[in-house]
Design a protein around this ligand. Structure first.
Ligand SMILES: C[S@@+](CC[C@H](N)C(=O)[O-])C[C@H]1O[C@@H](n2cnc3c(N)ncnc32)[C@H](O)[C@@H]1O
Length: 163
């Protein structure tokens, strides 16, 4: 990042913000700022102001991915000047709300959507230009039910541009 650029980090938890600020101080990063916010409700950043949004394994922790992608879309610059490059996990099979395990949710697994639903929620948020950059099998979950196929959890990287 050039000295003239600026990076804004967002997190829901004060502990993570404290850690990020301490690391920035330790390494002498002056053009970074960390803000508290829930990305699903409202990203604390102005409309149409950001060149690039990056995220790894965070959007899966939100309950409504479409709302989160709508917030990302809102803050990106229009006219192909703003884009997001994100990675997350997708699943071969979504699980019912009453089978969600809190630990698996925090590991970005039980909140995972199928690849089709994940991409659909990006498009419903307004992005028309969506590209899969990478896709790798992350793990197979054997849930001990003989009659059921193992759940395949895949890591996926996606680029989407705001037109
Ligand atoms: C799995 S960690 C992120 C890992 C990190 N991106 C990396 O690549 O190492 C998830 C982070 O997302 C934050 N988080 C979870 N839900 C959030 C939300 N709704 N809004 C903002 N931050 C959230 C958590 O506090 C946590 O710091």
């Amino acid at each position: 990042m050039k000295e003239s650029g600026k990076v804004i980090g967002i997190d829901l938890t004060e502990n993570m913000l404290k850690k990020a600020r301490e690391n920035a101080e330790k390494h002498g990063y002056r053009n970074v700022e960390f803000r508290h916010g829930d990305i699903e409700q409202r990203i604390p950043v102005e409309d149409n102001s950001v060149d690039l949004v990056i995220s790894n394994c965070v959007i899966n922790l939100t309950t409504n991915k479409e709302d989160t992608f709508r917030e990302i879309y809102r803050i990106l610059k229009p006219d192909r000047k703003g884009m997001m490059i994100i990675s997350d996990l997708v699943t071969s099979k979504e699980i019912d709300a009453d089978s969600i395990n809190a630990e698996n949710w925090c590991s970005c697994i039980d909140g995972a959507l199928t690849k089709e639903n994940y991409i659909d929620s990006i498009k419903k948020a307004g992005f028309t230009n969506v590209e899969i950059l990478d896709e790798k099998l992350y793990m197979e979950l054997d849930e001990g039910k003989e009659d059921q196929e193992k759940r395949q959890i895949t890591s996926i990287s996606i680029k989407a541009v705001k037109e």
